[in-house]
Write a protein that binds this ligand. Structure first.
Ligand code: ATP
Length: 967
């Protein structure tokens, strides 16, 4: 058996003889000599036979049975913090410790029920926080499952996309640019394959990988040129590799087990919330001390009762449950976004999304459908039109009033053949009648297959006649690709030919000859101009144009400087002295939903900057059609121009309307950096390997789920499952909603502090003439029970209509700003304080008090009217909070418009708080603890008036705000 290869995974020579090994046996081999040593030294055939595989991969059945023994290809996830520790941590932070101490002092001061109540607040708060954290982490886990890793393998002789966790030793993986490699494997075919191994050795320059046996000694694992490792990614080229180790046995698995216990860094939002909680806690302490001193010095209360009184204030002001509630509302927003095709990888990205002020987007596939159809062909001899839409190869090629087949025109034939051969896409016929033709691979290449078919070219026959022997893969930077073919029948006297296809100006620049009327002639300046003029006419209509050219690589016409060996072919030596054949012109219609999304961005003050690899005229035409830019004042900056532009000039141009065209992916980074330096919060889309730096640098990196490479997805903060620009806008809307929900939540929990503090202030400032209208136990009742549930409901409000009518949030703006404080304390708080104090006076009035007389309960805590009056203060606050929770749901929009009863959680919270109040006042044992008394029907009649009054007053203010905004 091939024990030499697998440190802990069995390796198979032949499935039927592969024994089922025990863990002990496998463990005993861990000490083997370097297992990589023999696999690197063997020839490809030896390796394949040792692994019981072949160039055509494994059979599915065989792979299944191997998985039974080898297990799944998984890196065991990091050890989670023990639930007990997570639970306990909710009782050991600053606020909790304060409450423990406060409770203990209450016990010492001879107020055991108060001590119990304070501790209970603390316990309920801790349990509640734990529960929310748990739900939030469940939501995050669920999210991870939505982002599975895939691998492309050959099974049953066919290319298949499988879950990376299903890879088994012996699987032959196909590796393409941008793919993440999910297992340790030996390269068996390499076409300029280069791998980024920074996850293994921290080295960011890609390593070249080859299929040859490596005999050299003294190499570290990452240095071995014929091995690729799990956790690394393909940065260029493509190839095939046979898996020899999976899961925790891979090099990455070994490192992962060492590094898994690292702590995650705190997000900015968490830091901001921690800061806020600390600030409010300090504020609460100051209030407590002030109230304590006033009580001792002004009212001359004894020390113990002054302390208890102050304690009530401290507890009232501490914002319990803030952090977990915020985390939960973020998690829920992330879940909502996932239903709108945006998968957010980290909760705190939601916040940056909400303040995004610029979206840098690419064009193809994001703004357009990436469903290409070639509708024109152009050669130096004539121009053709092609009928038919989509990938169904039905349609005709027309010119000069007749239809043409490839065989009718040698130039047309070369154009269609070159376009077809120089590509890697596949088309699959529909399985059912009337079904759609499916594309595997790049749609730009797929449409060339269709145009060739319409010209009557048989792909299988052509590939037999001109088999591919080498590929110089497409690169966004080069904007072209090349394939080399061995020919049965010579072209221009050559039996080896390179086809090049790519951006027209690139191809024309590299061409020295042109095909015209079936002959190869010199490419003169006039013809160059004609080609580029034709290109520009198409591009100005928003069409995408690709040029096709070829070059004989042997025979009498071949240049002398062509390398003798295939392995020395590279873009520099091959892509020159080309013979231009023609243009394939394709349309890629804009996505229908994008225009509305662009309009929404405009309303929301979000700028859109198109950064595309496509041609300037095509880019500008699409940008205009989608109203991304308007009017004459638009500058189109090409990658070339940008390379010669200094940062000052770039920023000046970025202040106006601009479209970036023919950009190399690396240049995106520069644009993003300039925008960030201009103070913008930037979201950037990307799909390729070279987009990764820009995606990382952006405040929100957005990768394409369908066309994006694994590398881009890894670098991004958000992945669009439909590659659609409109989904970014939807996510921004959710991001804004979350932030505004956190504010709503803060506003709500802060606003009850005012009516909790005002009664005490009245008592203190009246020097005790107004008996304390709200006792410490009653304050705790609000914090303990009635406030929390409705507040939670606010965290789940859907986005307000008007939320996309406002400019982006200033990223420097604090969560708790003056506006929120004023609104909480001086507006909502004032209304609730009036309601609470009115309740207190109503009981006095109903019981025969007339102004001028001392109020009930002065100097007598046991006076039943006094206790009933304080109960009314408590109930007054709770009922005012019913109105306030509704008021907090929107900033300006009328709550009636979004539906008074549309938030179920808030309704449940309201029912709960009313039930709790009734319960606490009805039962004598609870009455004793919470200092409450039963309320009569007149009291309830009064209470029931509070929510509508509070609500109507605020609705009137919102209506006034709306009117003012309209004006
Ligand atoms: P965007 O950047 O908006 O997605 P794009 O697809 O045009 O647009 P790139 O993928 O960087 O951007 O391509 C750059 C240019 O390279 C294209 O405009 C086209 O001219 C050329 N090109 C694109 N795909 C291929 C391909 N498969 N083979 C050869 N040339 C290609």
């Amino acid at each position: 058996m091939g024990s030499r290869f697998g440190a802990s995974q069995p390796v198979y020579r032949d499935a039927s003889t592969a024994p089922r090994e025990g863990a002990a046996e496998r463990d005993s081999r861990r000490e083997d000599a370097d297992p990589l040593d023999s696999i690197r030294k063997q020839t490809i055939d030896q390796v394949l036979s040792e692994l019981g595989s072949s160039r055509e991969g494994l059979a599915s059945e065989e792979a299944g049975s191997r998985q039974q023994t080898a297990g799944k290809n998984l890196i065991e996830s990091a050890k989670k913090r023990s639930p007990l520790l997570a639970f306990l941590s909710n009782f050991t932070h600053l606020m909790a410790v304060l409450l423990w101490v406060a409770g203990s002092i209450a016990f010492l001061a001879g107020m055991p029920e108060l001590g119990v109540a304070v501790w209970l607040v603390n316990i309920i708060n801790g349990v509640f926080s734990f529960w929310q954290e748990h739900r939030a982490s469940q939501a995050t886990e669920a999210l991870k499952k939505m982002l599975p890793a895939y691998a492309t393998v050959i099974r049953d002789g066919q290319e298949q996309k499988i879950l990376a966790e299903d890879l088994v030793p012996g699987d032959v993986m196909l590796l393409a640019e941008g793919d993440k490699i999910s297992a340790d494997a030996r390269v068996i075919q390499s076409s300029d394959l280069q791998v980024n191994q920074s996850t293994l050795n921290g080295e960011s320059t890609p390593s070249r990988k080859t299929a040859d046996a490596v005999l050299e000694e003294g190499l570290s694992a990452a240095e071995i040129p014929n091995l690729v490792f799990a956790g690394t990614s393909v940065s260029e080229g493509n190839g095939r590799a046979v898996v020899f180790r999976i899961g925790m046995a891979t090099e990455f698995g070994k490192i992962a087990s060492l590094t898994q216990n690292m702590e995650a860094a705190e997000s900015p939002l968490t830091r901001e919330l921690n800061r806020l909680t600390k600030q409010v806690t300090v504020f609460a302490m100051c209030m407590g001390i002030a109230f304590f001193l006033l009580s001792m010095l002004v009212v001359k209360e004894p020390f113990a009762s002054s302390f208890i009184f102050a304690l009530g204030m401290v507890v009232a002001f501490i914002p319990e449950g803030l952090l977990p509630t915020v985390t939960l509302s973020l998690a829920m927003a992330v879940q909502r976004m996932s239903t709108r095709n945006a998968l957010v990888k980290k909760l705190d990205s939601v916040e940056a999304l909400g303040s995004t002020s610029v979206i840098c987007t690419d064009k193809t596939g994001t703004l357009t459908q990436n469903e290409m159809t070639v509708n024109h062909l152009w050669t130096a001899t004539r121009e053709y039109e092609i009928s038919g839409v989509g990938y169904e190869p039905q349609g005709t090629i027309e010119a000069e009033g007749r239809s043409w087949r490839a065989v009718d025109d040698a130039d047309l034939e070369l154009l269609l053949e070159g376009g077809l051969l120089c590509g890697n896409a596949r088309l699959a016929a529909p399985e059912t009648e009337g079904g759609r033709w499916e594309v595997y691979g790049d749609p730009t290449e797929a449409c060339l297959i269709v145009s060739a078919a319409k010209g009557g070219i048989d792909r299988a026959e052509l590939e037999k006649r001109m088999p591919r022997i080498k590929e110089l893969p497409f690169e966004s930077r080069r904007k072209r690709m090349t394939t080399v073919h061995a020919l049965e029948h010579p072209v221009d006297g050559a039996r080896r030919l390179a086809f090049v296809k790519g951006a027209p100006n690139e191809v024309v620049r590299l061409s020295t000859k042109v095909r015209r009327n079936g002959k190869t002639v010199e490419l003169d300046e006039a013809t160059r101009t004609r080609i580029m003029a034709a290109n520009d006419t198409y591009a100005a209509d928003g069409l995408r144009v690709l040029a096709v050219a070829y070059r004989p690589l042997d025979g009498i016409d071949a240049d002398a400087d062509i390398p003798a060996s295939l392995s020395d072919y590279d873009p520099d030596t091959i892509e020159r002295n080309l013979t231009f054949v023609g243009l394939e012109v394709m349309m890629d219609p804009p996505r229908p939903e994008v225009a509305a999304a662009v309009a929404e961005c405009r309303r929301a003050g979000i700028r859109i900057v198109m950064i595309t690899g496509d041609y300037g005229l095509t880019a500008a035409s699409i940008a205009r059609r989608l109203k991304i830019v308007e009017g004459d004042d638009v500058s189109v900056i090409s990658g070339f121009e940008l390379a010669h532009m200094d940062d000052e000039e770039l920023k000046r141009r970025l202040a106006g309307q601009v479209v970036f065209a023919r950009m190399a992916p690396e240049q995106k980074l520069r644009v993003v950096t300039a925008l960030q330096e201009m103070g913008e919060i930037v979201a950037v889309t990307g799909d390729g390997v070279n987009d990764a730096p820009a995606l990382k640098k952006a405040d929100i990196g957005v990768a394409m789920g369908i066309t994006g490479t694994d590398v881009a997805k890894e670098a991004a903060d958000m992945i669009l499952t439909d590659d659609n620009f409109a989904s970014i806008v939807a996510a921004i809307e959710e991001g804004r909603a979350v932030y505004s929900n956190i504010r709503k939540f803060l506003l709500y929990i802060l606003n009850s502090n005012a009516p909790e503090a005002v009664p005490s202030a009245v008592y203190l400032l009246s020097g005790g003439a107004v008996p304390l209208p709200l006792t410490t136990m009653q304050i705790l009742t609000i914090d303990l029970g009635t406030d929390m549930l409705p507040a939670l409901g606010l965290g789940t409000e859907p986005p307000e209509d008007a939320i996309m009518d406002q400019p982006p949030r200033d990223p420097h703006e604090r969560l708790l700003n003056r506006h929120v404080l004023v609104k909480a304390f001086l507006w909502y708080g004032l209304m609730a304080s009036i309601a609470a104090m009115a309740g207190y006076l109503v009981v006095n009035l109903l019981n025969g008090w007339v102004p001028g007389m001392p109020l009930f309960g002065v100097g007598d805590d046991t006076d039943p009217v006094y206790i009933q009056a304080t109960t009314m203060t408590l109930a007054g606050i709770v009922f005012a909070q019913i109105g306030q929770v509704m008021n907090c749901r929107t900033e300006r929009t009328s709550v009636l418009k979004i539906g008074l009863f549309s938030n179920r959680r808030i309704l449940v919270g309201i029912v709960f708080e009313v039930a709790l109040i009734v319960f606490l006042t009805m039962f004598p044992p609870l009455q004793a603890v919470f200092h409450t008394a039963p309320l009569g029907w007149q009291d309830y009649a009064f209470l029931c008036c509070i929510p509508p009054v509070v609500f109507v007053i605020e609705e009137a203010r919102k209506a006034w705000l709306r009117r003012r905004a309209r004006r």
